[in-house]
Design a protein around this ligand. Structure first.
Ligand code: PAF
Length: 291
């Protein structure tokens, strides 16, 4: 495995692979890797010849009062995890490599970036879209992998790739959870034991709603209420919304199209997000899309 910090070295390292017609997979991360990231690496390894993991805590996606300076970092551990997971290249540029002092051009996402996290984190998806677009241009992957936990991020990136004709396939991998259901996140390490127990109500709420949906409930208010009942232990619920999974607009009742129940909440001072997708079973004898 190679660790590379500059764009020049990266281009050099990938040039030969490209000449040999090798397929390049990219797993963009902000480091402090966990099983969720490693599942993305695994998916990349099965679908590409070369897996590049980028590790870059992107300043432009953090608001002024957010956790950029305290965002967990452990590069040595990340490198080891990547080596063990069979990653080909770790690309870990510093801030000036990605954003030289002359930098002034951003990618501005549209309506998909407005609801949910977009309503509480102004500029967040502009920062995400910009850095992901830059990483796509730097690595020029054939395929890139993202986790479903960041549901809105996936929607914004997919749309960006289509709108800007970026020649990369975007693959979303289901959320990886701890054995008790908590969605894996680098921010989980901020939680005390007591907060960790209360954080569990987030996934419990989502699963309660998903169970109701599976039992035939289609009323949006009832589905949201099923989740909300469980969520009393979080310190501040930022949003709990059932949205159309393609447009991210509020889902219409009764549900007739695939929807995502998305939540963001603070437990102590830790901000956590999670979601479940409520998709309709395929008619008998047909495979559902994506199965
Ligand atoms: O999901 C993340 O870790 C980040 O938002 C990403 C996609 C690496 C961009 O900085």
């Amino acid at each position: 495995m190679q660790t590379i910090t500059t764009l020049a070295e990266l281009r050099h390292a990938l040039a030969q692979a490209r000449k040999e017609g090798k397929r390049v997979g990219l797993v963009p991360t902000m480091g402090y890797l966990h099983e969720g990231h490693l599942a993305l690496v695994q998916a990349s390894r099965t679908r590409s010849d070369i897996t590049v993991v980028s590790i870059f805590v992107n300043p432009t996606q953090f608001g002024p009062n957010e956790d950029l300076s305290t965002y967990p970092r452990d590069f040595i551990r990340d490198e080891q995890l990547c080596r063990n997971a069979g990653v080909t290249i770790v690309f870990a540029p510093d801030t000036r490599e990605v954003y030289p002092t002359t930098f002034e051009t951003f990618v501005e996402p549209g309506d998909l970036a407005t609801p949910l996290c977009g309503a509480y984190r102004p500029g967040h998806f502009r920062g995400v879209a910009t850095v992901v677009c830059k990483l796509f241009n730097m690595v020029q992957p054939d395929i890139a992998f993202f986790g479903q936990k960041d549901f809105q991020q996936c929607a914004v990136i997919r749309r960006m790739a289509v709108d800007l004709n970026l020649p990369v396939d975007i693959v979303t991998i289901p959320t990886i959870r701890e054995s008790d259901g908590l969605a894996m996140s680098s921010r989980n390490r901020y939680l005390s034991d007591e907060e960790r127990r209360r954080a569990l109500t987030i996934s419990r709420g989502l699963f309660a709603a998903a169970d109701k949906f599976r039992s035939g409930e289609r009323d949006v208010e009832n589905l949201v209420a099923a989740a909300r009942e469980q969520l009393s232990s979080v310190d501040r619920l930022q949003y709990l919304e059932l949205v159309d999974s393609h447009t991210l607009k509020a889902a219409e009742s009764p549900l007739q199209r695939p929807a995502a129940l998305c939540v963001a909440a603070y437990v102590g001072s830790t901000w956590l997000i999670d979601n479940v997708i409520l998709s309709f079973p395929a008619p008998d004898g047909q495979r559902s899309p994506g199965s």
